[in-house]
Ligand binder design. Structure first.
Ligand SMILES: NC(=O)c1ccc[n+]([C@@H]2O[C@H](COP(=O)([O-])OP(=O)(O)OC[C@H]3O[C@@H](n4cnc5c(N)ncnc54)[C@H](OP(=O)(O)O)[C@@H]3O)[C@@H](O)[C@H]2O)c1
Length: 259
């Protein structure tokens, strides 16, 4: 039985775990940070909570005899990805990663690119605006520094405590979000600027397409740098990498050639 640790917290991690769980020669564990109060059912054995940095993760890899680690965390979860690369190196455990491609600027997009959430706050300017914050609940607190704006804040879990700003509306919803619904939402709340991460993928692209269609500015927070490890862009390609890895590491090159 080969042990595979998947670092998750994304739809792709759940999909990959589901695919690999069907195999009887693999023992899959999916790891979640524990940020979401009631995460979607994962369908495979799951562990929850931090490891205690790169050293803690390296110790976990050794103790549980992990043969392959898969980093399928969100593109903005830079700390855990850095820890994973360092721990893999330290524990001598192979690592592969899912690196979801970012969204590309399309004709009609009005993106203002910034490097951080703090820069996104500044980019909104001093005049009051109606802002849609489609960010994680950890990040929205930074917008208290600009209390002159009206905020529409959408999150999976409640933002607690609420923002110390006079004018904010909260929406509790879990994606995916369709473009037509996003357009209706932006119009309903008279939004004139969207703040977003460049998450990539289909599930949250609706707001970007809707903003383009309505000529609304998007303050786009650039992606953080991630460690350079062997990676694939889709769940299917990553599953193929896992197959290839298992054959070449556990069955030998002869099996890979089919002899
Ligand atoms: N950042 C986003 O925009 C975003 C969006 C959607 C989903 N997520 C998911 O939410 C989780 C947390 O994201 P983040 O941006 O807060 O991460 P982060 O800043 O990169 O990680 C902070 C710490 O959280 C723990 N951690 C993160 N992911 C973990 C995992 N899958 N399993 C166990 N521990 C984990 C680690 O703690 P220790 O150092 O103690 O090990 C890590 O050092 C990730 O699983 C990510 O895939 C993030």
């Amino acid at each position: 039985m080969k042990r595979i640790l998947i670092l998750g917290g994304t739809t792709e991690a759940r999909q990959l775990a589901g695919k690999l769980a069907a195999r009887t020669d693999l023992a899959i564990t999916l790891s979640l940070a524990g940020r979401t109060e009631s995460p979607a059912a994962q369908g495979v054995p799951t562990r929850v909570g931090g490891f205690g940095g790169a050293d803690g993760l390296a110790a976990y890899l050794r103790e549980t005899d992990v043969g392959l680690m898969i980093d399928a965390t969100h593109p903005y979860a830079a700390k855990i990805s850095a820890n994973a690369a360092e721990a893999a190196h330290g524990a001598g455990v192979p690592i592969i990663a899912l690196r979801r491609p970012g969204w590309e600027l399309a004709e009609g997009d009005r993106w203002t690119l910034v490097d951080s959430v703090a820069s996104a706050v500044t980019a909104l300017g001093s005049a009051p605006r109606r802002v849609f914050l489609a960010l994680g609940r950890q990040e929205v607190a930074a917008f208290e520094a600009a209390p002159q704006h009206h905020y529409l804040i959408r999150s999976v879990d409640p933002v607690e405590p609420r923002l110390a700003v006079p004018d904010a509306t909260y929406l509790l919803v879990r994606g995916p979000f369709r473009e037509a619904d996003e357009r209706a939402l932006l119009l309903e709340h008279c939004i004139d600027v969207v703040v977003s991460k460049n998450s990539g993928g289909e599930a949250t692209y609706g707001k970007i397409a809707a903003a383009r269609a309505l000529g609304i500015e998007v303050v786009m927070i650039r992606r953080p740098a991630l460690p350079d490890v062997p990676s694939a862009e889709t769940v299917e390609a990553l599953a193929a990498m896992v197959d290839h890895f298992l054959v070449s590491h556990f069955l030998g090159p002869a099996a890979e050639r089919g002899v």
